[in-house]
Design a protein around this ligand. Structure first.
Ligand SMILES: [Zn+2]
Length: 319
């Protein structure tokens, strides 16, 4: 399905009418995409009803049933671990103990530090501990293989995080595309050379989650990546944010697309401040640029994508 999906989207793009229906069907549930403020406004009591509203006779007191006592519903796990919906970077109560991890990659010496990530706590910390998230092993697994069945089960049933083909949120406000995913070799031998996309970003610039996700890792134990944040998304995709100055969320927390989660930096093997972001599916590197809104992309890239789409339409005999 994952391989077929981009082609389906591409084919649907040839036919203007087919596209909205397909994207609508694939979109995340409405509650995931609509900000809570909007929902609240939509459902707020209407105190501006026009004067000509039809009035209905109020029932006599005897006809009224006694009001049911308000049921005390415990917050769901998803509500307990969700990051508050604000546009500010989350406050960090307690940071993990400082740690600097240095080593060598070939002849290059690197240091992954200084470590700047929050100490997990509360229901989210407990969830991460139960699922085995937040560890070096979990991070290594997430970038190399399909996510564990238990993680996907928890996403689906406990956190109601569903697969979504909605466009990804641009990760840094005002950032430009710097360098994309590059490959070496061809066909079956093709391997990623540069595994992610670099975005221009000054140190300290807020980094936003590209899609709704469960925080799976936030630490600096992966060589070369500096302070690294790894998010697990509803369809099993993984987004990783590297070289961060500081991470403001911890494993087990639920974040929404566009929420600020970290600050861009220059930690690990990095030649200057920037955000290196990776998008992976089934442990494989995927170039995410087609998933971002085109308004953010450089003109040459948009022309390239449109040219490829036109070619697919031509081959499929569609207008
Ligand atoms: Zn990079």
């Amino acid at each position: 399905m994952r391989r077929v999906l981009p082609l389906l989207l591409l084919l649907a793009a040839c036919d203007g009418d087919a596209m909205p229906a397909l994207t609508h069907a694939l979109r995340a549930p409405a509650h995931a995409a609509v900000p809570r403020d909007t929902v609240a406004n939509d459902t707020a009591p209407d105190d501006t009803a026009p004067n000509d509203t039809v009035l209905v006779d109020a029932p006599a007191p005897s006809q009224l049933e006694a009001p049911a006592p308000e049921a005390e519903t415990a917050p769901s796990l998803a509500e307990q671990v969700a990051l508050p919906r604000t546009d500010a970077l989350p406050e960090v109560g307690k940071w993990l103990a400082p740690a600097r991890r240095c080593g060598r990659q070939g002849r290059r010496r690197f240091c992954n530090g200084p470590r700047r990530a929050p100490a997990p706590h509360g229901p989210a910390g407990a969830l991460a501990a139960r699922l085995g998230l937040g560890t070096h092993r979990a991070a290594a697994e997430l970038v190399r293989a399909e996510p564990r069945g238990a993680w996907m089960e928890a996403l689906k049933t406990e956190l109601d995080l569903q697969p979504s083909a909605a466009p990804l949120h641009w990760p840094v406000d005002g950032a430009r595309f710097g360098r994309g995913v590059t490959w070496r070799g061809r066909g079956r031998h093709r391997r990623p050379k540069h595994r992610g996309v670099d975005f221009t970003a000054e140190v300290g610039t807020p980094v936003r989650a590209v899609a709704d996700a469960l925080v799976a890792y936030a630490d600096n134990t992966i060589d070369g990546y500096g302070n690294l944040l790894v998010l697990l998304h509803g369809g099993g995709e993984v987004s990783a944010y590297a070289h961060l100055e500081a991470i403001h969320v911890f494993p087990g927390q639920l974040v929404r697309a566009g929420q600020p989660v970290a600050r861009a930096g220059n930690t690990g093997i990095s030649r200057g401040p920037h955000l290196h972001m990776e998008w992976r599916a089934g442990g494989r590197v995927v170039d995410p640029m087609r998933r971002f809104p085109r308004a953010h992309l450089p003109g040459w890239m948009v022309r390239e994508f449109e040219g490829e789409e036109a070619l697919v339409c031509l081959r499929a005999g569609r207008p």
